[in-house]
Design a protein around this ligand. Structure first.
Ligand SMILES: [Fe+2]
Length: 357
């Protein structure tokens, strides 16, 4: 293979010998008498340099100094240092500083040629591997971006499906119109204040929108009954938690929302349903939704009762701190007025109060 070699040495005799030997072998040789000439050559040469022969001891910028500069500016060009016969330590130091190889002067022709060939091939292999790695990394980045976009698209579809679900439920139970979206907005207020990360906030949003989805299977005669429910009806209504879980189990992507749907009627003191979980056994996101759900259920009307004023609702939630609700979350909820949401749709039928379920 013929290479373009930059031979840099302050000794004109050595430059001449190198030029003769290498040119005879078919290589193109550019001779430089010092570091400045070499840098100018590297900058201006149209024919790329394949290998640099560099004398260590030169006036002006020394070979070692140049080695550092070359490593940064031209990392792909292999540098072979030329040392005096007695200068073995410096040669080793040059290798440690990034030189591809070193040769002690005087150097035999065969050795010079084989070491140049070896250095160029080694450097080429290294560059090829680097480029390959770079290409792989770029392909990974493209795949990663595509994956993120697909994930966003799935999330958007999922949220649209969830909203359609919750609207279907609200069609069936007009007294809870807007309830799911308000519970979601309040839950997100609390979640934000708790410093939840994006993925937790997404689960909180979807779970709170879906929390009552199991009511789809509850007869409208129970959902919209204007009087107090009898004990059997209460038991039927309670099944909406497990019914909701059953619905969501059919679709894998809804799995993260199941705990909120199943457990949003659990109580901090363990007297809730369906599992009687207590305290921190109840998942954190569920404890958030429980407060938001109760607040909105009380402050908006139901078929069997009028809405409860906000102050009264807050005091009821305060009284149930540690009983129905996580005490720390109640403090956060009340102290930061996290129940305040914007653009809340109002549906408050004028019906005599009977009982809050
Ligand atoms: Fe519920």
């Amino acid at each position: 293979m013929a290479y373009h070699i930059a031979a840099t040495d302050d000794d004109p005799a050595i430059r001449k010998i190198l030029n003769i030997i290498l040119s005879k072998e078919g290589h193109t040789v550019s001779v430089c008498e010092n570091g400045d000439h070499l840098m100018a050559l590297l900058k201006q040469s149209r024919d790329p340099i394949d290998c640099i022969l560099l004398d260590i001891k030169m006036p002006g910028i020394s070979g070692m100094e140049l080695l550092g500069i070359l490593g940064k500016k031209y990392p792909t060009i292999p540098v072979i240092m030329l040392t005096a016969f007695s200068d073995l330590d410096t040669g080793m130091k040059a290798i440690r500083s990034g030189a591809e190889d070193y040769l002690s002067k005087p150097v035999r022709k065969s050795e010079l040629l084989s070491r140049i060939n070896e250095a160029v091939l080694k450097a080429k292999k290294r560059t090829d591997e680097k480029q390959k790695a770079q290409k792989i990394s770029e392909q990974h980045k493209i795949l990663e971006d595509q994956l993120i976009e697909t994930h966003h698209s799935i999330t958007r579809t999922m949220m649209a499906t969830i909203k359609a679900f919750s609207e279907t439920l609200e069609q069936k139970d007009p007294y809870t119109r807007g309830h799911c979206s308000r519970v979601s907005a309040i839950s997100l207020n609390i979640g934000r204040m708790c410093g939840l990360n994006d993925s937790e906030m997404t689960i909180l949003e979807g779970g709170s929108l879906l929390h009552d989805i199991g009511k789809i299977g509850i007869p409208e005669s129970i959902l919209n009954k204007p009087e107090r429910l009898d004990p059997d009806e209460v038991e039927i209504l309670k099944t909406h938690t497990l019914a909701g879980e059953k619905i969501l189990k059919f679709i894998d992507m809804f799995a993260p929302y199941i705990p909120i749907v199943r457990s949003h009627h659990e109580r901090y003191d363990g007297n809730g349903y369906p599992d009687g979980m207590a305290g921190e056994e109840i998942p954190y996101l569920v404890r958030i939704v429980t407060i938001a759900d109760t607040f909105d259920a009380m402050t908006s009307g139901r078929s069997y009762r009028k809405s409860v004023p906000i102050e009264e609702t807050i005091s009821e939630i305060q009284n149930n701190k540690g009983l129905q609700f996580d005490p720390e979350l109640v403090d956060l909820f009340i102290n930061h007025k996290l129940y305040i949401i914007n653009a809340v749709p109002e549906t408050q039928p004028e019906i005599e109060p009977v009982l809050s379920l």
